[in-house]
Every structure is written in C-alpha cells, then in structure tokens.
Design a protein around this ligand. Structure first.
Ligand SMILES: CC(C)(COP(=O)(O)OP(=O)(O)OC[C@H]1O[C@@H](n2cnc3c(N)ncnc32)[C@H](O)[C@@H]1OP(=O)(O)O)[C@@H](O)C(=O)NCCC(=O)NCCS
Length: 327
C-alpha cells in the first residue's frame, strides 16, 4: 500500500538534502516552507537570495532555515568548472564555456549533486522535461549495468476503504521510441520501483494486439520484449503483448488469454513508445481520478526528478519526499 508515511519515516532516520533549481518559484517556496516545518528533508534553493526572500515574503511562506545558493556567486565555482570540464572532456568544453553553461540553474544544481553537496534534485517547475533531464544524462549518467535512463509514473487512486489502488506506468516521459531491448530494461527498472511503492508487480507489455491477434512492427517489438523480459527476470510475473482491456479486465482476459497469470490483473504497464505512455498516464490521471507521481527517473546514478510545469505546491512537496527517499 502506497503512503508517504514510510518514506517520511525513512528520511527521519536518515535526513537528506534536496536542490530546487527554481528557488524563486512560489510553488517551490510553498513546498520548502512545509519541508522546513519538519526536519527530515533540507531544501537548498537556487537563485538570488534577495529575490527569493522577497517572493517568499510576498507569498507568505516562511523559509527561515533554507539554504540559498546563488549560482552567480558560488564560492566553489572554480572547483565546479574544473570538474565539469573533466566530465565533458570528450566534448572539448572550455572553462569559459563551462562557466556559461553553469550559469543555468539546471546544470549548476546537477553539479551540486555530482559534487556531493546535495543528495537529490527536483526541477522542472518552469524548465521543460528535456532541459531538466539533459544535465543529468550528461553529468550523472546511467547506473553501472544500465544502458539507458528511463522513467515511470506511480498512479494512486484513493479509495474510501483506505485500500488505495496503486499502478506503475512506463516510459511516459523520456525514451521516445524505445527498442525491444530498451523496453526490457524499462520493465525491470519499473518493476523494482513499483515494489518500493508497495506494488507486487504484474507486468504487461501493452499493444493493440493480444497474443498475436493483430499484426505489425510494434506488435513484433512488444512480443520480442516480452520474451526477452521473461528470460531476463524469471521471478517476475510478465506477459505480452496484451491490449489494455485484456491486461486489466478479468472477464476480457478469460476470453482473450485464459492461460495468462498477468492478464486481468496487471498493475505495471509498459507502453510501446512515449506517445502511448504519455497519453495513457494522463487519461488515467484526468479521467480515471488517479493521482500521478512522476516522472520518476530510473537507471540514473543519483535521485533527480522532473516536475510537470502545471504542478502545484503540494505536488512539489510530494515529489520532493519521493525524490529524497529514493536517494
Ligand atoms: C531525454 C531527451 C531530452 C534527451 O534528448 P537530447 O538531449 O536531445 O538527446 P541527445 O541525443 O542530444 O543526448 C544528450 C546526452 O544525453 C544522453 N542520453 C540521451 N538519451 C538518454 C537516455 N535515455 N539514457 C541515458 N542517456 C541518454 C546522450 O548519450 C547524450 O550524452 P552525451 O552528451 O554525454 O553524449 C529526449 O529523449 C527527449 O526529449 N525525450 C522526451 C522528453 C519529453 O518531452 N517528455 C514529455 C513530457 S513529460
């Protein structure tokens, strides 16, 4: 069962720091004031201190105790520039170019994580997903053993009985047209992430076809991914290719694929591409009354996440807890 309680307890035992790249955004300041009211997660706000304090005062958020770092006046800038040039030496980046790039809070904040000044980062309240994620791809890189960074959303539908419905969906935000092998990796990472949120993963590789009922390149891709994923993760419940109704509706599953242990009960959905994934999670969120948490980046060597530009202060607070708890 998903709840923030476990994550907050984990952070209370081992408090973390989180960088907010958009330190003067009122939604970030609202989340920071909430975080500062307890002591399990310490916010680091990037931006001009006077400007940040003025916005906080105007909006009525108490941010006393927050650390504010101004990228234009950072005492470890020389060290940061040197490390940045080292990390990007294959691209031939000069110190002058590095200084210019690091004046952007997304690159500067990512370097704070790389240097160990912060444990995690949350950005994207005003930056696009691509601009938030690109510095992480370039500087933090994939975890050993992973070939790509991907992402998933955790979807939670609160219920009056307290038995929240919790699902995982991937990749809705990063990889535009993943190959079959990349889908295998996305499925493995998503299943691991799903477990952290209390899901016992039953993984469905989604398609417009169920076990050969339709034909086409994307059907072949999802079938190949399913076979490879079954071989790679023998302890996971996996099936595909499945249509969404066969994946979730027991009655449809009994007709279309009666022998599947996943069909009818899937809770971890792997989409063929970002079009399907991004549209799919938003249909669940906007028309199915699910709360959507993510994108949670998977396969990255540090905990860095992206906000939706349409987020509110409460969503920033929730994503900050998730991001830090995964650090
Ligand atoms: C993630 C994304 C931004 C990368 O795009 P990009 O920066 O143009 O990609 P590039 O090919 O120029 O690669 C930039 C760097 O990231 C790395 N990279 C790109 N995709 C990667 C991935 N999935 N995993 C790991 N590294 C990746 C590249 O290897 C490259 O590294 P290098 O500079 O050290 O050589 C792109 O895939 C994208 O736009 N995805 C969709 C984002 C989106 O709009 N989502 C919907 C809203 S939620």
């Amino acid at each position: 069962m998903f709840g923030f309680g476990d994550m907050i307890e984990k952070l209370k035992k081992d408090p973390k720091t989180i960088v907010f790249t958009e330190g003067n955004d009122p939604r970030i300041l609202e989340a920071s004031s909430r975080l500062l009211a307890s002591s399990f997660l310490h916010p680091i706000l990037l931006g001009n201190p006077e400007e940040i304090e003025a916005v906080a005062e105007k909006e009525g958020f108490n941010i006393r105790g927050a650390e504010i770092i101004d990228p234009t006046n950072y005492d470890r800038m020389d060290e940061m520039v040197e490390l940045f040039c080292e990390l990007r030496k294959s691209k031939g980046v000069t110190p002058e170019e590095a200084k210019k790039i690091l004046s952007g809070a997304n690159y500067f904040g990512t370097m704070l994580v790389k240097m160990g000044v912060a444990d995690s980062l949350l950005g994207g309240a005003t930056y696009s997903t691509a601009d938030t994620v690109r510095p992480a791809l370039q500087l933090i890189k994939t975890k050993p053993g992973n070939s790509i960074v991907s992402s998933c959303f955790i979807l939670v539908r609160p219920s009056a009985t307290g038995e929240n419905e919790v699902l995982a969906m991937a990749d809705c935000a990063i990889n535009i047209k993943p190959t079959a092998d990349e889908l295998v990796e996305i499925a493995g990472e998503t299943a691991e992430c799903a477990k952290i949120f209390g899901i016992d993963p039953k993984v469905a590789f989604l398609s417009y076809s169920t076990l050969g009922s339709g034909k086409g390149e994307d059907v072949d891709k999802m079938r190949e991914a399913t076979e490879k994923a079954k071989a790679k993760y023998p302890n996971l419940a996996i099936d595909g290719e499945l249509q969404f109704d066969a994946a979730v509706a027991p009655r449809v599953a009994r007709t279309k694929c009666p022998n599947s242990e996943v069909a009818g009960h899937a809770n971890t959905f792997i989409f063929p591409d970002i079009n399907a994934g991004n549209i799919g999670y938003k249909v669940a969120q906007r028309m199915g009354n699910f709360e959507a948490y993510g994108p949670i980046l998977l396969g990255l060597n540090a905990s860095i996440n992206d906000l939706s530009r349409g987020c509110n202060g409460l969503e920033v607070y929730s994503m900050a807890i998730i991001t830090a708890a995964l650090a």
